[in-house]
Ligand binder design. Sequence first.
Ligand SMILES: [Zn+2]
Length: 501
Amino acid sequence: MNMKRLTKRMTMGAIALVCMVGVALPASASENNLLKKDPKGAYVPSETPDLSSLHSQPFSMKVQKKDEHALGPSNPSYTIDVDYNSTTHKAEGTLEVSFKNNIKNNLSELYFNLWANADVFKENGGGMNISDVKVNGENSTFEMNDTALHIKELSLRKNKKATVSMQFEVSLPEQQDRFGWYGDTVSMGNWFPILAVYDDEGWNVDPYYPYGESFYSLSGKFDVTVTTDKNQVIAATGEEVGKAKVSGDKATHRYIAKNVRDFALEMNPNYRVISTKVNNIKINVYYSGEHSKYAAALLESGEDSIRLFSEKFGKYPWPELDIVTMEGWFGGMEYPQLVMISLAGDRPLDWAKSVNAHEIGHQWFYGIIGNNEYDEPWLDESFASFAAALYDGELGSLQVDPIEDSYYHLSNQISDFTARADEGGISAYYYMIYNYGSSTLNDLRELLGDEAFYSSMRTYFKQQKFGISTTRDFISSMEKSTGRDLMPFFRDHRVLLSDQE
Ligand SMILES: [Zn+2]
């Protein structure tokens, strides 16, 4: 490591290292203040969450026989009908999801992720209850354990469609978060039971990760009907169908979203909305009065990001994108067609624009090109951070050395970082996945040259659009596009295929 690189490392990377120190230690007031200076665009909680549940999965999974190329259940199509009560902060309703059993003969079980049951939400009044589970119209045996729902004793035929229905009641916690309510703002990210993914490692029911994401779901269709107070202004994944139906003091809204892997909502009766169009895509910024000064900047950075990333990585595929402002310390949070920008405190305008670009970058890396965010967090976070640096015009400053502890790899699973939480594993997660990861992609760009790099990225986009990518898929796609052996490059950058096997 030469001193020049070290200096650059200190300017770029030390921010994340310094500010995350408070995470692994008992939180004092000053450490909490440091914590609030998060790495740009990262999901950083305001308090130090308890990580004890992170080392066991909600259900202890048997070691599964490797089932090459399994990825399902495929083509999920959700119909959700829910009532949100703004006084009790509860959403109650029904969910029906149809899918194809492309996994195995006589599929005997299914899992759903119930993220609302994570400890960090339960501590603040959140949680979810499930009842009346039916599979193809028949009552089914089910069991709930933390953030997982296990439906058992099934016999679903391969390559046939099946339908699961259930009733659910979800309480929102009072907290500034991607899921919760605070003041007038209601954030509904990861709020409904979502089908877990079965892949070559079996069912994925990893625990909720409070410093990042454990989310993993397949693209499908959503038809969501929401009834709530008629004065609520709602931003949502998808597009609203027709006008809301008003009855008394309630209004019913219906949204349809296609080729999305999740469905989020954000509402506030005091939201104002400004909109523009770019490449025939409607961009809306929903903002409350105290965030007025950010509205135009967020719309501008939204428009520039969509245009830039469509050109460099592949066309933004949906008709609409909503950018919503909210209170919260976490920087930003991505959902398909909806990004949350948390503006607690007095955030500078440029910070908000850059965070917005990071979250919009996730529309490509997580939204369009999906991945298992628990097993391979770098595949979305490093790429979104690279996208934000591209937007900021700061690719040249992405020259970051990896952390000295050689057991931290860029391709590590989240559990590899949290297992070392006491020694600063959470700081290492932010540093490696955000800073060193985006720097690695920039090194790859410099190695290949702009033309070959972006053209290969567009090929990767076409191959993985609406699907699930892995580290192996990314490397193999880049190697095929460029005709080069890139394994030495990735090995030098601590991207190891063995981390995922
Ligand atoms: Zn991110």
